[in-house]
Design a binder for this molecule. Structure first.
Ligand code: FDA
Length: 393
């Protein structure tokens, strides 16, 4: 005989746990299954161990999806303030780091402990180390078969995330379930991911790895002002991770180095003041020395400032404003923070996350084709979509 519950949730990550809390509070008998040995592993490693758990400015504009309107309903009904209220009720110390990003003062483990305590209070049960062998549906109830037996429930919530960081157990399970129930899945790819550079560029960048600089990173009309980091493989840092979600293989990105500095004016003033100094010395007042050196070398600039022809200085200023790269690839799911694409929102009800064509089936969190920017937006989507499904399942 199979066990019976009202709601089975597969995946004890951010979205699954929030869904369990909301459904449990409504008196639903909830069971959460996860193949991992611990819940919320991505929460634990997030934000450098301090979990950037939300962003106070989170709104639909901060998300990528084939349907940019889809996220509106869930985000409006469970806001960053709602999550912050929960954090404060549990007396978890937090701070705003930058750009509305809220982090734990101490540890991401505080967030996991809070969610587990809330699940317990809501009567939701958690079963770990439980891989799911199959999911069946007889038109009325779902039957979830695990190595430890079968569970039946009228509602099944898929909260197994995307494909990023396979080392941590990411499986693409949600897409397989979507396929099983004939629900469309949009193209999936790595997002918030470092970009690679070709060997010749990397060789020219020798010495740069580790150098970070404030930039505007651009792709088409999309731009982000944050830090970029040169690495042994290519480019990383928040500005690059942000722009990577908009970039496609073979396309260009452009960097505007130190957008707050008017380099044409700075160089003109330096020439007047002391024309004998080297160009890189002038640049190095505004960026790491190694980067200043690389830029002048790449443009063949040598000798004192006063001896540089105007066109060379113009080329330098232009490069600082619009330094183009054509990354051949990204580091892929191995290091990507998120998966872009996923279960097609056209197949889901935006209020409840329920599949329109399969009664009782829900998809939440990263599994869905809604992907946030870097900065706490992805967790806010996990909380909001989890809450929306938990209110309905
Ligand atoms: P999530 O991946 O969290 O959970 C899925 C769960 O399902 C896991 O517990 C997994 O074990 C389980 N599962 C998978 N397949 C299964 C199967 N076949 N059977 C049973 N269980 C299965 N976002 C943010 O807003 N702020 C931040 O600071 C960060 N930082 C960050 C750092 C790093 C290194 C990464 C990789 C990602 C982030 N993110 C982030 C993104 C954020 O972690 C991510 O968007 C959410 O965790 C998604 O939550 P979900 O619950 O949808 O999936």
């Amino acid at each position: 005989m199979a066990e019976r519950r009202d709601v089975v949730i597969i995946g004890a990550g951010a979205a699954g746990m929030m869904c369990a809390i909301a459904a449990g509070r409504r008196g639903r008998r909830v069971l959460v299954l996860d193949h991992a040995r611990a819940p919320g592993e991505k929460i634990r490693i997030s934000g450098g161990g301090r979990c950037n758990f939300t962003n106070i400015h989170a709104g639909p504009k901060n998300f990528l999806s084939a349907n940019p309107h889809f996220a509106k309903s869930a985000l409006a009904r469970y806001t960053p303030r709602d999550f912050l209220d929960l954090v404060e009720r549990h007396r978890i110390p937090w701070h705003e780091k930058t750009l509305g990003q809220l982090f734990c003062d101490n540890s991401a483990k505080d967030i996991i402990a809070m969610l587990l305590a809330e699940m317990k209070a809501a009567g939701a049960e958690l079963r770990l180390s439980t891989p799911v062998a199959s999911v069946e549906h007889d038109g009325h109830a779902f039957r979830v078969v695990t190595e430890h037996g079968a569970v039946e429930a009228a509602s099944l919530v898929i909260a197994t995330g995307g494909k990023s960081i396979p080392k941590m157990g990411a499986t693409g399970f949600a897409y397989r379930i979507a396929e099983q129930f004939a629900l469309p899945v949009t193209e999936t790819r790595a997002g918030l991911v470092p970009l690679t550079l070709d060997p010749a560029t990397l060789a020219a960048h020798e010495g740069l790895p580790g150098v970070s600089v404030d930039v505007v990173a651009r792709h088409g009309r999309t731009e982000f002002r944050e830090a970029a980091l040169f690495t042994h493989r290519g480019l990383s840092g928040p500005a690059i991770l942000q722009i990577s979600s908009y970039w496609r293989e073979g396309e260009e990105i452009a960097l505007h180095i130190r957008p707050d500095v008017d380099f044409a004016a700075v160089i003109a003033a330096a020439r007047k003041e002391n024309g004998r100094q080297a160009v890189q010395t002038v640049l190095a007042d505004h960026m790491p020395k190694k980067l200043a050196q690389l830029l002048v070398t790449e443009l063949g600039i040598d000798g004192p400032l006063a001896e540089q022809p105007g066109r060379r200085i113009e080329a330098l200023v232009q490069k600082l404003r619009d330094w183009r790269f054509r990354p051949p690839g990204s580091e892929g799911y191995r290091t990507a923070e998120v998966t872009l694409g996923g279960v097609d929102t056209a197949a889901l009800d935006s209020r409840s996350m329920a599949a329109k064509a399969v009664s009782g089936l829900y998809f939440i969190g990263e599994a869905v084709d809604v992907t946030g920017w870097l900065g706490g937006y992805n967790f806010q989507w996990a909380w909001a979509s989890g809450h929306a499904a938990g209110e309905d399942a």
